[in-house]
Write a protein that binds this ligand. Sequence first.
Ligand code: GDP
Length: 325
Amino acid sequence: MHKEPLYSLKGKSVWVAGHRGMVGSAIADRLGKEDCEILAVSRREVDLRRAEQVEAWMERMRPDAVVLAAARVGGIFANDSNPADFIYDNLMIEANVVDAARRFDVEKLVFLGSSCIYPRLAAQPISESALLSGPLEKTNEWYAIAKISGVKLCQAYRRQHGCDFISAMPTNLYGPRDNFDLMTSHVLPALIAKAHVAKEERAASLDVWGSGLPRREFLYVDDAADAVVHLMKHYSGEEHVNIGTGVDLPIADLAQLVCDVVGFRGALRFDVSKPDGTPRKLLDVSRIAELGWRPRVSLEEGIERTYLWYLQNQAGPRVRAHVEA
Ligand code: GDP
């Protein structure tokens, strides 16, 4: 374990861009345990897609460090249906924040990417070096291209300007404040919402998109936030670093686990008219393990915590109507 951090957060001001999102809010919570000041700004005040607004905010606040967790995100359906939004919004957010961070002398920046930056058929588990070694998965290539550009931006600013900007690549994340809207969500929150409604309605079965065969790795968002803070403190390098558990499972098994946690006892029905997406994306997490970090929350416990949050914040007539639609 590293005792002395490479970068100390003590007494620093840290801007969490995207603090209202699932990941950004978990990072802001986690930074609350460090001796630092957290800066945040609403989307209404600063549209991160507009360079002049980002610059004005940076000039005013002068953060010492930045966590770039703001992004347009969505599941397989949202990505595929709104390619322009996914590529434009993400490119603009990254370019504006990274460039302003250099101009206003930010000491440390962490850019958050996603495991979908890797080639569709990358060797498993996927090591950091697999980036740009083959064609991308088509259903989310717009988002992936934007996120790859974010990694490259950090590398380029590090090379040309000596900026200590790093990138973290988390696997599929889930947890409280996730998006449970069935048309735009990722699989895990979608299954929680579906299983909850199916249980309430005493339905005979629950629809799972695709064949159930694709395998995915899931990391609880508080673990991801802890990993990001760990990297901020203990990593400085050009190559991005994977964040994950190193364990994956088929979507069918995930669906069963969610049903068990939620208490839905009906059957699973696989809707093969929906896309499977990439067959597998398991991250090689040996790099971050070497840096002294590992996850703490099991998948079952994470799903339990997420379901509890859902029950307290989301479950209700609005969700039910949507699921039925
Ligand atoms: P991906 O990891 O980028 O493919 O994004 P998703 O989390 O949206 O999908 C992961 C896998 O879960 C894909 O094979 C989906 O077809 C499958 N899946 C099964 N049921 C659902 C569902 O209700 N919603 C979503 N988004 N995916 C589902």
